[in-house]
Design a protein around this ligand. Sequence first.
Ligand code: HEC
Length: 326
Amino acid sequence: MMQVLKKENLIVNSKAMRKAVLFILSILSTLNAWAQEAEPVKKTFWDDPASDPMLPVYLVMAFVFVVIILVGFVAIYLIKILNMLTEEAEKENAERRGVSYEPKISWWAGFIQKVNAAVPVEQEKSIDLGHNYDGIKELDNHLPPWWTWLFIGTIVWAAVYIFVYHFSDTLPLQEEEYQHELAVAAEQSRRLTASQPQAEVDEAGLVYTNDAAIIEKGKAVYMSNSCGSCHRNDGGGNAIGPNLTDEFWLHGGDVKQIYETIKNGVVEKGMPAWGKTMSPLNVKELTFFVMSLQGTNPVDAKAPQGELFKAVPVESDSTAKEEAAL
Ligand code: HEC
């Protein structure tokens, strides 16, 4: 029991950790909302791999890939054995003819020797500078050719780069690239909004009605944007987000205030500004759904926070009419 308690304290009370989790969650949910907004219904292979028609093709490709790699390994191994056998044969041959056997330098060893051009250990005396620090000697080695060529390569690259980017304007600079991407994104978003015109929401005249269709949609938006990761799926609230089912509100429980909170978020407290990534209509649906949670009283809900406000007038329509009549 002690152990469990301690663990809980660790998770709930460690401020830094809470902040980190909050931060990651807010980024994730914003990304999530953004991705959904940008690409409406494109299904990918990973959504349901088992029933994807391309599955057998991918499996066969993966199998062939593995086989090719295995064959490659075996081939390398065989070549090694072959080399060893040839070497043995040459040794024997040299012995029989009475000449001393000179091992052939492999292509690779020759290449390494060439790019390093290191002085062999036996000839080190010839480049000894005569400095001796407690037995540590200084050798006058050249820069290895690979290093020199890399250095020359960077100079050539710089020249090409300057010419391509600054003189010939063949390729765009970062600033231009950025502007271009902005333009592409603006065009994409223009086309997206044109293809699915969004009903404007009259924020000033917003009135709550317990319209089941809107609330149902709001629930779907709530679920697909993982509001539940901070408020729980039943709205009861958790270590991060407040309880949405009680009559206490940190930012006001009037329909317009709730709409504003969801739209603009409380970014410094970890509540994302959803209006940036979703349509006004979605925000309205969310607002109605949140208000419909009033009094649902889920188990283990978080303690009330903020001011008391009866968010859902029992007869919202008739009171509105009465007010209008006055
Ligand atoms: C990353 C965590 C996180 C996510 C995701 C999140 N919220 Fe929040 N939300 C918070 C926090 C934290 C607060 C309290 C802010 C404060 O303390 O001022 C809050 C506050 C609220 C409030 C105001 C409550 C009050 O008492 O005034 C509403 C309404 C709300 N969120 C709705 C939503 C909806 C709807 C979603 C999904 C679209 C959502 N939240 C997603 C963290 C989150």
